[in-house]
Ligand binder design. Structure first.
Ligand SMILES: *[C@@H]1O[C@H](CO)[C@@H](O)[C@H](O)[C@H]1NC(C)=O
Length: 364
C-alpha cells in the first residue's frame, strides 16, 4: 500500500512537472509583470504558483511543448473580471524586454490599457514565431523597431492609438504574410516605403492620423488583396496614381486631409469597385471625370474642399447608387443633374461652389 502510494505520488509529480511551464518562461513572465501596474482588476493576481500554463490570466501554452505561446491581455473585454469591477482596464508601466525571452510566442496582444508607456522593446523582432502583435490603445512612444521585417510569420501588426514616432521602417515590406497593418493615430513621419507593394497579402493598410509625407507609392496598386486603404489626415502630396482605380478588391479609399494634387483618375469613378471614396480636404483640381456607370456604387463619395472645376457630370445619374455625396467647397459650375440617385440631396452638399444651380440650390 505504502509502495503504491509512493509510486502514485512520484507519477503525479512527474506528470505535473511535464505539464508545467519551463522555469525560464515563468521567470520571464514574472519580469514582464513586474514592469506593469494594473491597479483596478487584479488580473495579475492569478500569476502565482509554478505552472504558468495553468490559469494564469491571459497566458496560454503550446500543448505539446508547454512553452508560452500566447499572451492575450485586453483592457476592454467581456471577461467576468471586467464585469465584476464595473470598469474597463487601465494599466501603467512599460513592456519589459523580458518578453523577448518567451521565444515561442505566436501572439502578443496587450491592447487598450490606455496607460502603458515606454517603447516597444527592439528585441521583439527576435521572436521568430510571432504572428500577431497588437499593442493598440496605449501610450507607447518611440519608434517601430527598425528590424520589424525579421518577423517573417507576422500577419497582424497593430500599433494604432499610441504615441509612436519615427518612420515606417523600410524592412516592413519583407514581411511576406502581413495581412493587417494598423498604425492609425500615432506620430509617424517620413514616407511610405516606395516598394510597399511587396506586401502582397495585405488586405487592410490603415495609416491615418499621422504625419506621413511624400507621395502615394504606385507600387501599392500591385497589392491584389488590398480592400481598405486609409491614408487620411497626413501630409501626403503629389497625385493619386492612376493604377489605384484598377485594384480588384479595393472598396474603401480614404485620402482625405492631405495635400494631394493633380486630377481624379477616371478609373476611380467608373469601373472601380470602390464603395467609399473620401478625397475631401486636398488640392485636387480639374473636372470630375464623366465616367460614372452602372458599376459605380458609392455609399460615400466625398470630394469636398478641393479645387474641382466644371460641372457635375451627367453620367452620375447612371450610377447604381450614390449614398452620401459631398462636392461642397470647390469651384464647380453648371446645372446639378436631376434624376433618381439625386432625389434626396441637400443644399449643403453643393454649397460653396462658383456657380452650381438647380435643385437643391437656386434655379438656373
Ligand atoms: C471625409 O473626410 C473628411 C475630412 O477628414 C471628414 O470630415 C468627412 O466626414 C469624411 N466624409 C465621409 C463621408 O466620411
Amino acid at each position: 500500500m505504502g509502495f503504491v502510494y509512493f509510486v502514485s505520488v512520484l507519477l503525479l509529480s512527474v506528470i505535473s512537472a511535464v505539464n508545467s511551464c519551463p522555469p525560464s518562461d515563468r521567470a520571464a513572465l514574472l519580469a514582464f509583470k513586474s514592469a506593469l501596474n494594473e491597479p483596478y482588476l487584479g488580473i495579475f493576481n492569478s500569476w502565482t504558483g509554478n505552472d504558468c500554463c495553468n490559469k494564469w490570466y491571459g497566458v496560454s501554452c503550446d500543448s505539446a511543448t508547454r512553452r508560452v505561446a500566447d499572451l492575450n491581455l485586453r483592457g476592454e473585454s467581456e471577461d467576468p473580471i471586467f464585469e465584476k469591477a464595473h470598469r474597463s482596464g487601465y494599466m501603467t508601466g512599460t513592456i519589459s524586454p523580458a518578453i523577448c525571452k518567451l521565444d515561442r510566442l505566436t501572439n502578443i496582444i496587450i491592447a487598450d490599457w490606455k496607460g502603458i508607456s515606454g517603447q516597444i522593446p527592439a528585441c521583439i523582432t527576435h521572436l521568430p514565431y510571432l504572428r500577431i502583435l497588437d499593442l493598440i490603445g496605449n501610450k507607447i512612444s518611440g519608434p517601430i523597431p527598425v528590424h520589424i521585417g525579421k518577423l517573417k510569420h507576422l500577419t497582424v501588426l497593430n500599433f494604432a492609438d499610441n504615441l509612436i514616432s519615427g518612420n515606417i521602417p523600410p524592412s516592413i515590406v519583407n514581411i511576406p504574410g502581413l495581412m493587417h497593418l494598423d498604425l492609425r493615430n500615432n506620430r509617424i513621419s517620413g514616407e511610405i516605403p516606395y516598394n510597399f507593394g511587396k506586401l502582397r497579402m495585405l488586405s487592410r493598410a490603415l495609416l491615418s492620423r499621422n504625419m506621413i509625407s511624400g507621395t502615394i507609392p504606385s507600387s501599392i496598386s500591385n497589392i491584389y488583396r488590398l480592400s481598405d486603404l486609409d491614408l487620411s489626415v497626413n501630409q501626403i502630396s503629389g497625385p493619386i496614381p492612376d493604377s489605384i482605380g484598377k485594384m480588384p478588391v479595393l472598396s474603401t479609399l480614404n485620402l482625405d486631409g492631405n495635400r494631394i494634387s493633380g486630377e481624379i483618375p477616371a478609373s476611380l469613378m467608373g469601373s472601380s469597385g470602390l464603395s467609399i471614396l473620401n478625397l475631401s480636404r486636398n488640392s485636387i483640381e480639374g473636372y470630375i471625370p464623366d465616367v460614372f456607370g452602372p458599376r459605380s456604387y458609392f455609399t460615400a463619395l466625398d470630394l469636398s474642399y478641393n479645387r474641382l472645376r466644371g460641372p457635375i457630370p451627367k453620367s452620375i445619374l447612371s450610377a447604381s447608387y450614390i449614398g452620401h455625396l459631398d462636392v461642397s467647397h470647390n469651384h464647380l459650375c453648371g446645372r446639378i443633374p436631376a434624376g433618381s440617385p439625386f432625389n434626396h440631396l441637400e443644399a449643403s452638399q453643393f454649397a460653396y461652389n462658383d456657380c452650381l444651380c438647380g435643385i437643391p440650390l437656386r434655379a438656373c
